[in-house]
Design a binder for this molecule. Structure first.
Ligand code: F6P
Length: 560
């Protein structure tokens, strides 16, 4: 068993898996897939979801060994500590309780001895009330017009999750209907081009700005918020801020200092990590303004269903646990450093960007939770695109170049079905034909013998040969609604936690990003003094000095 001074790689379970890799190297998915019993044991259903991981390079024995690894990593205890509100984010001395954000009203989840569920619901009720006022037009802007457009200003976790959910449900018939006549936009990048694009076509008189920042100190968000405040006050006068700007933050003192009435602020708590905050007011407020609280509540319920499954289902049938263990297997034992997230759904186009943050900010660590340097890599490189677009982009590499374990995500019922008379199949069936075909193409590949039988000319045979044996998993959702989007989110959040628990790292801090936040400070100071006082460049290396000099000399930035 791994203790605070040992690492998981020192356990017998880890060493056993290392040895087992040699057995797996002798197998090919072509053969593994012909064992129906094995395949059947690698499929499961929960609450409408269907998971098939039979195309992983794993046998029943591998799964047993991975479950033993979970035991050695004390996974059950770690999951239970998370849900009990223990300060498992030890470097920030915080609980990790994003599951409490979607818990039913009568649940009891404690942080520091206090049940947090009533506080969560106080904020949810406040959002419900406020969003109804805005949507019904009983809250109007400074000139008496209803506020039909919302710009949510935030970055990282205060942006990617809400954008993912918004994009996923915007063509769902119920959500579409409830958003009629309204727009929701997201301003994240400090690039002024992002401001220009987001306010293009909007009228300050009918726009509500929601400033979303856990800390209310993030440089990008605060400058963007000041820029939109200027946009509003220039058009409508300083007092318009009270009607046109609200905030979501854990730092209500700074919200007030910014000039937003604390009554128009929606709180969350330090036990919610930024990248895990979409189920707090961070996501719930902008999404409720756009779709109404009742739609967003379904999203919370979907996530909660997975929370309960994760907490109470035996590991051999527990979707986030199995997915997490398989990711550890792929990264740490088979040596595959990346993972492709391939939803066959345009509505899920922002899923991979969100999971990039959830996964890579959580598990891209170099030391154990106790500060020991790690002799093994953690985290994986996540990327993805919706199918079929990805097929025409990077699938060549996936089929013939590097081996990248793939997550195929498919939807049974389209949000917007189309069938053209005379076509062989409906448009959604056409999409899904690819969803079903790609995993087999990766698993089986194509042999020279097959190509010879197809009379492929000799010189092309090497080019058209595919080794196969490339792992993937398939997750099938019955439909893409607010509820199933909540399920999908929670599966990946918990899967990432499982990986971090097994690797023995802290998946809930982000010191690498904190470093990035301070790095620009010196340059910012230099740009200011060079532009205002002509101060010479100082303290940078030759390369940066050359680049800065060129930028300053040739830039057409307005002078301060
Ligand atoms: O990107 C790093 C990060 O610290 C994220 O964890 C967080 O979601 C983001 O910055 C934004 O921070 P804030 O919500 O405090 O503005």
């Amino acid at each position: 068993m791994a203790s605070s001074t040992t690492l998981i790689c020192d356990t017998e379970a880890w060493k056993d898996l290392k040895g087992h890799v040699e057995d797996i190297k002798k197998t090919h998915l072509r053969d593994l897939m012909s064992d129906a019993n094995r395949c059947q044991s690698m499929m499961m259903e929960f609450d409408g979801l269907f998971l098939d991981y039979s195309r992983q390079r794993a046998t029943i024995e591998t799964m047993d060994k991975l479950l033993k690894l979970a035991k050695a990593a004390q996974l059950a205890e770690k999951i239970s500590r998370m849900f009990s509100g223990d300060h498992i984010n030890s470097t920030e001395n915080r609980s990790v309780l994003h599951a409490a954000l979607r818990a039913p009203k009568d649940a009891v989840i404690k942080a520091d001895g206090k049940n947090v569920v009533p506080e969560v619901w106080n904020v949810l009720d406040k959002i419900k009330d406020f969003s109804e006022k805005i949507r019904s037009g009983s809250w109007v802007g400074a000139t008496g017009k209803p506020l039909k457009d919302v710009v949510a200003v935030g970055i990282g976790g205060s942006f990617l999750g809400p954008l993912f959910v918004h994009t996923a449900i915007q063509t769902d018939p119920e959500a579409l209907e409830s958003a009629k006549g309204r727009q929701l936009r997201f301003l994240a990048n400090i690039d002024p081009v992002d401001v220009a694009r987001n306010i293009n076509g909007l009228n300050p008189e009918t726009t509500l700005v929601v400033v979303v920042s856990k800390t209310f100190t993030t440089a990008e968000t605060m400058l963007n918020a000041r820029t939109l405040r200027e946009w509003i006050t220039t058009a409508l006068g300083a007092s318009a801020v009270a009607k046109h700007m609200v905030a979501v933050s854990t730092n209500l003192a700074l919200v007030e200092k910014f000039g937003i009435d604390p009554n128009n602020a929606f709180a969350f708590w330090d036990w919610v990590g930024g990248r895990y905050s979409v189920c707090s007011a961070v996501g719930v407020l902008p999404l409720s303004l756009q779709y109404g609280f009742s739609v967003v509540e379904k999203f919370l319920k979907g996530a909660s269903s997975i929370d309960q499954h994760f907490q109470s289902t035996p590991f051999e049938k527990n979707i986030p646990v199995l997915l997490g263990l398989l990711s550890v297997w792929n990264v740490s034992f088979l040596g595959y450093p990346a993972r492709a997230i391939l939803p066959y759904s345009q509505a899920l186009e922002k899923f991979a960007p969100h999971i990039q943050q959830v996964s890579m900010e959580s598990n891209g660590k170099g030391v154990s939770i106790d500060g020991l340097p790690l002799p093994y890599e953690t985290g994986e490189i996540d990327f993805g695109e919706p199918g079929t677009n990805g097929q025409h982009s990077f699938y060549q590499l996936i089929h013939q170049g590097r081996v990248i374990p793939c997550d195929f995500i498919g939807i049974v019922k389209s949000q917007q079905p189309v069938y053209l008379k005379g076509e062989v199949v409906s448009n959604h069936d056409e999409l899904m034909s690819n969803f079903f075909a790609q995993p087999d193409a990766l698993a089986y590949g194509k042999t020279p013998e097959q190509l010879q039988k197809e009379n492929v000319s000799e010189n092309l045979i090497p080019h058209k040969t595919f080794s196969g044996n490339r792992p993937s998993l398939s997750l099938l959702l019955p439909e893409l609604t607010a509820y199933s989007v909540g399920q999908l989110l929670a599966i990946y959040e918990h899967r990432v936690a499982v990986q971090g628990f097994v690797w023995g790292i802290n998946s809930f801090d982000q010191w690498g990003v904190e470093l990035g936040k301070v790095l620009a400070t010196q340059v910012r100071k230099q740009l200011h003094s060079s532009r205002t006082q002509g101060t010479a460049l100082e303290g940078f290396n030759y390369s940066t000095t050359t680049l800065l000099k060129r930028y300053l000399e040739t830039s057409s930035e307005p002078q301060i």
